[in-house]
Design a protein around this ligand. Sequence first.
Ligand code: NAD
Length: 312
Amino acid sequence: MRVLVLGGSGFIGPRVMRRLVERGHEVHCMDIAPDSPLLDDLRERISLSRGDVTLMDDVMETMAGSRPDRVLNLAYALGAGEADPHPQVRLNILGMDNCFEAARILGIRRVIYASSLAVFGGQSLHGAHAVVEDDSRLGTSLYAVSKIYNEYQADWYNRAFDMRITGVRPANITGPDKIRGSMNHVLCQVLPARDEPVRFPYRDTMTLPLHVDDIAEVFVRVTLAEEPRHAIYNSGGESISVGALADLVREFLPTAEITFDHEAGGRDASGLYLMDNSRLVEEFEIQYAPFRQRVGETINEIRRSRGLPLVG
Ligand SMILES: NC(=O)c1ccc[n+]([C@@H]2O[C@H](COP(=O)([O-])OP(=O)(O)OC[C@H]3O[C@@H](n4cnc5c(N)ncnc54)[C@H](O)[C@@H]3O)[C@@H](O)[C@H]2O)c1
């Protein structure tokens, strides 16, 4: 199968493309930053071009040239704040629309895109309920509202043109090289792994981490599917407080310096941390690696890259 990945040079994209190539698929990646070192081991195995998803001509030219069976759009503004909305609206809304519209014009029925757990807003809006796909989308940040809009965009295209555009809502994706987006769960692993101290405001702040290799596998399976049963899937993740994650990190690094301004509190202001993913698990037979194992892998990847002794 031929897969076009838009925005594949970032955190999640290279892992998805590596898996696709290893399974014998042909991959073309278009990104505004095609020189990213994260693609170094892939350059010989995929085709790569520089392009901007906010420009319809770039998207059309790349899609027409690579003639994909599937398009996966990962290009987005992550962790950009709200001080300058215009470039984000262009990338998140117009970029996504260019991707859907170019696929429609070229007769490509299957498009896959990343939504986010952010669409639901904070957990306090949902009580103690683990949100399912059809629960209310109550997020109000620019990022959340953009993702909500993308989900409507996909529904409009699916209805109007009989397309099969499918969204995945990743939770807080975590891994050693994450630099944008939700970061407390990343810093709680990465800084101790470098033997550096880290401090957080609240021990009880909840988070919903999922390792980047696990979400990469989700994207691969959803991308390759011919007729997914649904238009949107929650990824799920490990519901854990930053304090409990710190305790887990200390199982590998007993002298890790992880401290908190407040030993209690922070739970009520947490983002979403209870997310039901049975739709995804049942249809795609997804089984995530045990979270403790992923924490150990993240710590060791950092330590290996810095020549530090590995942990058990
Ligand atoms: N990382 C997470 O925790 C997380 C959680 C939920 C959802 N998501 C979603 O998953 C997707 C991928 O996330 P990621 O962590 O890999 O993000 P990332 O920021 O690491 O990667 C995004 C990629 O898009 C590219 N890009 C930016 N502007 C572009 C443009 N105009 N044209 C073409 N490419 C452009 C960037 O160069 C980058 O390679 C995003 O839609 C994100 O919102 C991520």
